[in-house]
Design a protein. Structure first.
Length: 175
């Protein structure tokens, strides 16, 4: 289940499948804790939402967030593209997340590893040649989910709003 239709996602990246979208949706719904309540108690995904008082939520700029916000739709497609490229967003049963940095003749080598059950995902790259995609997936939160800086930045208007105690604000869980 996803926020975008497959046709909308494939208009951006023809290689995205429903499986990629489903993984992206699960990542969004697992990584972020949204304020408010589900708009309909029978819905599967975490969006759309209402304030705890049943009113429309607003973003940091005071715009109403009705339905599924455009930033959520955009983030899901970007995440699906990462999955399509072979990145693991949701390792199952994450037990250990480690990172290390080693100096070599060619410069600093950075390595990030997540172990999930019998499966292990390791990413290595030279610090001097880090591209944005590798840097984006460099760190993991306390639950073993990758922290993706570009997605955090994209969602900032709906995750970084005023006081976390207001019924109309969104809460963002950071590792």
């Amino acid at each position: 289940m996803s926020y975008n239709t497959l046709a909308d996602a494939q208009a951006v990246n023809a290689n995205i499948t429903q499986e990629h979208l489903d993984a992206a949706t699960l990542y969004l719904d697992s990584r972020y804790e949204w304020a408010g309540v589900l708009a309909d108690t029978t819905q599967v995904e975490n969006w759309p939402r209402l304030s705890a008082c049943g009113e429309t939520l607003q973003d940091a700029n005071g715009r109403d967030l009705t339905g599924i916000p455009a930033l959520i739709l955009k983030a899901e497609i970007q995440l699906a593209g990462l999955v399509e490229a072979g990145n693991v967003l949701l390792p199952s049963n994450v037990a250990v997340a480690t990172s290390s940095s080693t100096s070599t003749a060619g410069g600093e080598l950075i390595e990030r590893t997540v172990k999930s059950g019998d499966e292990q995902v390791t990413r290595k790259w030279s610090a001097s040649s880090v591209d944005s995609a590798s840097a984006d997936l460099a760190d993991f939160d306390s639950n073993g989910l990758p922290i993706i800086a570009s997605i955090d930045a994209l969602l900032k208007p709906i995750t970084d709003i005023g006081s976390p105690f207001s019924a109309t604000n969104f809460l963002f869980v950071r590792a």
